[in-house]
Write a protein that binds this ligand. Structure first.
Ligand code: PMP
Length: 359
């Protein structure tokens, strides 16, 4: 029996995509070659890659003057590449410290240049966000950085700040393509693909081409976005397997209503769980209600013993990955695009029953 996969990443993939990979892994479309043994230069890989990028442009409404490509190195590499390229001597970068992932990015940037943390909810344990309307970039800042969804803390920006001439950069690793986003508001969006887009290995980069004029040109090859832009991410060997699977996931997203369809799914699924939390004194959400994540629902039980029991018993019912991140404890249900609605219904029912038995 297929398990119900609530892992935070790597995470659930559409079963149709796994079946398609199984069917095509030896012989891609009757071409007598597997996609994962083909050269990344020309031929069937590049054809598939170009289609993948076009599908993404369509699904996200990415304007023509933006580059779209994939890199390796995980989303974590971007924590370094962004300041290396754009945080030049004498300038400052604004960071919203909203939890584990934004904080790691800010920490890496501070080793390269001057960081201004215009928001830091350390005291509140990273359970809330700034009101986007109140966010004002520093004078002449080289960019303003935020993480659209904190995967560990379970908080998500619902709207984004207006930053005027200051480029807005967002890590969308854990909510990419789960809702329509106005890409033109951002100078750069990036996302590790291993949550909503495919298996681990590739990182999606979407960048306004004019950002390249602001960059440090004196960088080693791989660190330089200019070089990747010229080569649409194919300067060196790309993570071909991951990219092929992303292409299939994007086709699945398109068949299932695109970004609007994913938003509808995300709202329906997350409200199943939040409504149990809100109608009970047994379950508790630590997160500011206004900024609750639709992707990573974080919750607590009255004691750590009960949390342990919850993880054990849900595991026996085939529900995996409900333990909260080791840095914060508690419980977390990741409800990415590919997670079937019925799996969330099963979790909801399990939660109600668990409270009845233990509450
Ligand atoms: N940003 C966010 C929001 C994440 O959730 C993660 C990983 N869970 C990362 C960055 C780091 O990604 P990677 O492991 O691909 O480096």
């Amino acid at each position: 029996m297929k398990k119900k996969n609530f892992f935070a990443g790597p995470s659930v993939l559409p079963v149709e995509v796994l079946e398609e990979i199984k069917a095509q892994i030896v012989d891609y479309n009757g071409q007598g070659l597997s996609m994962i043994e083909a050269s990344h230069r020309g031929g069937m890989f590049e054809e598939m890659y170009d289609e993948c990028l076009l599908t993404l442009r369509r699904l996200m409404g990415i304007p023509e003057d933006y580059d779209v490509y994939f890199l390796g190195g995980g989303a974590t590499l971007q924590f370094t590449m962004i300041p290396m390229n754009f945080l030049l001597p004498g300038s400052v970068a604004d960071y919203a410290k909203t939890g584990s992932w934004a904080n790691k990015a800010a920490s890496d940037a501070s080793k390269i240049g001057k960081v201004n943390a215009f928001f830091d909810d350390k005291e509140g344990n990273y359970t809330t966000l700034p009101d986007p309307k109140s966010v004002k970039p520093s004078e002449g800042a080289s960019y303003l950085y935020l993480c659209s969804n904190e995967t560990i803390g379970g908080i998500e920006w619902q709207d984004f700040p207006e930053t005027g001439d200051v480029p807005l950069i967002a890590d969308m690793s854990s909510d990419i393509l789960s809702r329509p986003v106005d890409v033109s508001k951002f100078s750069m969006i990036y996302a590790g693909v291993q949550k909503n887009l495919g298996p681990a290995g590739a990182t999606l980069i979407i960048m306004k081409r004019s950002m390249l004029d602001r960059r440090n040109e004196n960088l080693t090859a791989y660190m330089d976005y200019g070089l990747h832009s010229k080569n649409k991410g194919l300067y060196n060997t790309p993570p071909v397997f991951s990219i092929w699977a992303v292409k299939l996931v994007l086709d699945w997203v398109e068949k299932n209503g695109g970004a609007e369809g994913m938003l509808k799914r995300a709202k329906e699924k997350s409200s199943l769980i939040y409504s149990v939390i809100d109608s009970s004194d047994f379950y508790r959400s630590p997160v500011d209600k206004r900024y609750r994540s639709r992707m990573n629902v974080v919750f607590r039980l009255p004691s750590e013993e009960l949390e342990k029991k919850f993880v054990e018993e849900s595991g026996k019912e085939g529900m995996l990955g409900l333990k909260g991140h080791r840095s914060v404890g508690g419980l977390r249900a990741s409800l990415y695009n590919a997670l079937p609605y019925d799996d969330v219904v099963a979790l909801r029912d399990f939660m109600i029953e668990f409270e009845r038995k233990n509450g």
